[in-house]
Design a protein. Structure first.
Length: 519
């Protein structure tokens, strides 16, 4: 008896949270086991009924209030995100705008689709055809550590706007940011149960897949495969946003000063821990040297710091310590295969944090891991190419297809090249930031993912599409039994609606008029 009591009173295992810049403990949360996840989703199902009943206007009023909450609490958000994630506080501050725009976009889409969309009844003359978009129920989110706040808020917006309840499992690296997100939604007035967090490692994520009606997963391709496999057991729809190995192509005519700063921003933002960050650079052979020199001069000026309030900085620590192994392995592999290390390449250990400096390499080739696999850090490996065509061929020589960029003074040529690169998003004269242009879909080809988050397309991930057709009595002309003349009627209808010329259409009308009254 006593033993049973002790077991039931046992505190659940906890997930501890640490500041990656100094390894100081920030707090802890209980880990959710499979039963906790089941209970959270059951609460969400109950909450969803009331959320859906609020109607589009009621839900939009609350989601609109969230914009105000994000603006009012921006400094607090920046502090919490910076301390648990390591990035400079200005970066989460800069993401408030895209989040507010996401709310505007999806509340607008929900309003526009509220009464369904009328479509042509084609040859069902006199019928009404309408498409309705209804909530699926409970949407689950399993998210990574690199943008825990931005992704944690942004991806739930279309699901909520569509009338779903949501349950999120943040990365094990940032449970406190997850808790803060739940509090922000509560602050805006989202009713109890509609937005919930469950915490833990892979097992918690797997349990969530079993319970919900749709899964949005953001993370590595390896885990993405497991998620899809697990979801196949319940035939739960999934959208997968996975890794990348984005190419930057520098054209002959590029403005080298502008391009060098752009490439540094595209690789060093969030210390390079960005799914669509630049991972490999291709430049005409004679530009490699001047470009590398400019890049090294720029990265030397960047400040590497931490969240403890000691001044402003550009790059934070490595957020997730196991990444160091990949950085060191990819650097060693490149140098061993002939690359020249021009800057960085060695970790700095300060106050318990790991700081990886921007790392510039030349003499790259496609045998190197860095040009084939995701490094996910502040790396600028430059490879010489002979032509635009070769650059495109190499950019497309990848199992990934998330993003890419083209750097040129000729916007038309840049856009034409963008069309030839196999990637979900391509930028001309910029990188990474199309992820903040929330009207654009975001997602990848190949091992970079399945489906799209962001843009209006994201809304359709979280809805059941329902077709409603209402027919007049005359529709019985198209029913059994197939009386004499039905074949002429069928041919006639096809010619009326799909005839290749006016003569064929008129002959169709004659067939229909001749046979219709016989039915
Ligand atoms: P990860 O795949 O290791 O983990 C992602 C999430 O999945 C975590 O919450 C983790 O706990 C959970 N998880 C682990 N095993 C699971 C399982 N078996 N079932 C269910 N959930 C499980 O990824 P990470 O290291 O946190 O994030 C980095 C990766 O995310 C990089 O590859 C990066 O490119 C990618 N990413 C992609 C995008 C995008 O939009 N394409 C955005 C950000 C990050």
């Amino acid at each position: 008896m006593l033993q049973q009591f002790e077991e039931s009173q046992e505190a659940p295992p906890v997930l501890e949270s640490f500041d990656p810049s100094n390894c100081k403990k920030l707090g802890e949360v209980p880990i959710s086991n499979a039963a906790d996840v089941k209970a959270a989703v059951a609460r969400a199902r109950e909450g969803q009924i009331g959320w859906a009943a609020l109607g589009v206007d009621g839900r939009n009023r609350i989601l609109d209030r969230l914009r105000g909450v994000l603006i009012d609490r921006a400094s607090e958000i920046a502090r919490v995100v910076s301390s648990e994630n390591g990035k400079p506080p200005v970066e989460p501050l800069g993401l408030t705008g895209p989040l507010c725009e996401t709310i505007k976009l999806h509340t607008g889409v929900a309003k526009r689709l509220e009464s369904g969309v009328r479509v042509s009844p084609t040859f069902f003359v006199g019928s009404k055809a309408r498409v309705y978009y209804e909530p699926l129920g409970v949407a689950g989110f399993i998210l990574p550590w690199n943008f825990p706040f931005e992704l944690g808020v942004k991806h739930m917006i279309p699901a909520l706007a569509a009338g779903n309840a949501v349950v999120q499992k943040p990365s094990e690296a940032n449970p406190l940011i997850g808790e803060m997100i739940a509090d922000l939604f509560a602050d805006a007035g989202v009713p109890d149960g509609v937005v919930q967090m469950v915490h833990g490692y892979g097992e918690t994520g797997a349990a969530l897949i079993d319970e919900v009606d749709v899964i949005c997963f953001v993370g590595s391709p390896q885990t993405g495969r497991r998620v899809m496999e697990r979801a196949s057991k319940t035939l739960t729809p999934v959208v997968l946003e996975l890794g990348g190995n984005d190419a930057a192509i520098v054209r002959e005519d590029a403005d080298l000063d502008f391009t060098a700063i752009g490439l540094v921003n595209g690789t060093c933002y969030n210390s390079g821990q960005v799914c669509n960050g630049i991972e490999r650079i291709y430049a005409p052979a004679h530009l490699v040297e001047p470009l590398a020199k400019k890049i090294v001069a720029i990265v030397k000026e960047l400040r590497q710091g931490d969240s403890s309030g000691r001044g402003e900085y550009d790059l934070g620590p490595i957020t997730w310590a196991p990444q160091l192994e990949i950085y060191e392995a990819h650097t060693a592999d490149a140098v061993e295969k002939g690359a020249e290390l021009r800057h960085g390449g060695v970790v700095e250990r300060k106050d318990g944090g790991l700081f990886w400096p921007p790392t510039v390499l030349t003499g790259m080739n496609h045998e190197m891991l860095m040009m084939q696999e995701e490094t996910f850090g502040p790396f600028l490996p430059i490879m010489a190419v002979e032509s635009d065509d070769e650059a495109i061929r190499l950019a497309n020589d990848s199992k990934y297809g998330l993003g890419a960029s083209v750097w040129t003074r000729d916007e038309g040529a840049g856009e034409a090249m963008a069309r030839r690169i196999r990637a979900g998003s391509v930028m001309v004269n910029n990188a990474v930031q199309s992820g903040g242009c929330v009207t654009l879909p975001f997602g990848g080809e190949g091992e970079s993912g399945v489906g799209r988050v962001q843009g209006e397309q994201a809304f359709y991930t979280y809805v059941a599409t329902k077709s409603v057709m209402t027919c007049p009595k005359s529709v019985e002309n198209l029913w059994m039994p197939y009386e004499k003349g039905f074949d002429t009627l069928a041919k006639g209808l096809t010619k009326v609606f799909s005839g290749r010329n006016i003569g064929e259409r008129i002959s169709g009308v004659v067939d229909v008029v001749r046979t219709w009254p016989h039915r």
